[in-house]
Design a protein around this ligand. Structure first.
Ligand code: NAD
Length: 357
């Protein structure tokens, strides 16, 4: 096998941000190339998923992605008070495929061994539990809840359920802060995307008596929401402009942009989607409009908490998820006190937690 490892010097790259280590693993015989970026391990070994993505136009796209994502994991893990640093893997996928070959996962296993445990990884876009079973035959450094051995509580539901529970607590904190309400009864929500996170989230909101308007590109999911939760049906293109109290983005990110921000009527934006703001300036635009934004990586940390805290009891996990609401409350209050955006304060708190460790 011609698997090689190298550590390219990317210090001149615009997204470098003082990464501690970047490993390039390559096996030209099988067409395998992966980058593993370790951003910061001050709080502990790096953790962050492994993405398989066949749509990179060139190497720089893949490098840009891995650097940006691994930095994001440092902030997310620190803000969630996890004793881990941030890292990420991207495997450059073969055009026309959606998941990695077994040979790729074996190569990844060797690459993880090369890093000797300073980084562990698991599923992300394009990689599945079954892929990690293959990598797990080569290395101990995969972190997938259902692969864990005896003695570990294997809760049903997996990361999306825990992400949903965390988002729910974040929503409660945001509603309390912005609207002064302790309960969600009759609060109006617009939920975009009815996937694996939004489905349990809507069930929780509905159980609290919230009023839901929903949209998804899949009509069957929308029909189910109408039937199960009495949800009003919105349209994917304008659900974010509904006259509601809370907009809950749970589809893809990036829909809060210069083109859309002025038409948002909600008082609060709090949802699971990653990278909700199309550009960082949108945080300022929302603040200027008096819309309370729950920073995405703060509110959607439940999935990573679930994966990383293997061995924690159900009660411990729930306590950590509830703490997402406490962290958001701290962010909201500090943003008010310091006249900064909630996104800025989330970054500041994450950096403080890294520095003080
Ligand atoms: P999912 O793929 O299960 O669900 C996404 C849903 O959005 C699907 O039902 C899809 O049909 C719908 N959708 C796609 N485009 C749409 C559009 N334009 N308008 C309306 N609906 C649209 O994904 P998920 O796991 O539920 O994750 C949702 C979001 O939360 C993603 O942005 C994801 O990155 C983020 N997130 C997920 C987790 C997790 O644990 N799964 C953790 C953190 C963040």
């Amino acid at each position: 096998m011609a698997l090689t490892f190298s550590y390219p010097d990317l210090s001149a790259h615009p997204a470098y941000d003082n990464h501690e280590k970047i490993l390039m693993a390559e096996d030209a015989d099988i067409g395998f190339k992966a980058y593993i970026a370790l951003h910061n391990t001050k709080r502990g070994p790096a953790r962050g998923g492994c993405r398989y993505w066949p749509h990179y136009n060139n190497d720089n796209d893949a490098i840009n992605d891995v650097l940006r994502l691994s930095k994001g994991m440092t902030y997310k893990n620190a803000l969630a008070n996890l004793k881990y640093g941030g890292g990420k893997t991207v495997i450059v996928g073969k055009v026309g495929t959606t998941n990695p070959d077994p040979s790729f996962m074996m190569a990844l296993g060797h690459a993880l061994n090369e890093l000797q445990g300073i980084y562990e990884t698991g599923e992300d876009v394009g990689t599945r539990l079954e892929d990690f079973k293959i990598a797990g035959s080569i290395t101990d450094f995969v972190r997938v809840r259902s692969l864990e051995k005896a003695g570990v509580i294997d809760l049903p539901g997996g990361p999306p359920l825990y992400t949903a529970i965390g988002v729910y607590h974040g929503i409660k904190a945001a509603v309390k802060h912005k609207m002064g309400k302790d309960v969600l009864r009759d609060i109006r929500f617009a939920v975009k995307g009815l996937g694996s996170v939004a489905t349990p989230l809507c069930a929780l909101l509905h159980a609290d008596g919230a009023k839901l308007t929903v949209a998804d590109i899949d009509p069957a999911k929308v029909a189910r929401a109408a039937k199960e939760w009495g949800a009003k049906i919105g349209h994917p293109d304008d659900i974010m402009f509904e006259d509601v109290d809370v907009y809950v983005p749970c589809a893809l990110g990036g829909d809060i942009s210069a083109d859309t921000v002025d038409a948002i009527q909600a008082k609060v934006i709090a949802g699971a989607a990653n990278n909700q703001l199309a550009t960082p300036e949108m945080a300022e635009a929302l603040k200027a409009r008096g819309i309370l934004y729950a920073p995405d990586y703060a509110i959607n940390a439940g999935g990573v908490i679930n994966v990383v805290e293997i061995g924690a009891s159900h009660e411990e996990l729930i306590a950590k998820l509830r703490h997402i609401g406490v962290t958001l409350d701290e962010i909201f209050k500090r943003a008010d006190a310091e006249d900064k955006t909630t996104a800025e304060i989330a970054d500041i708190i994450a950096l403080e937690r890294i520095a003080s460790h």
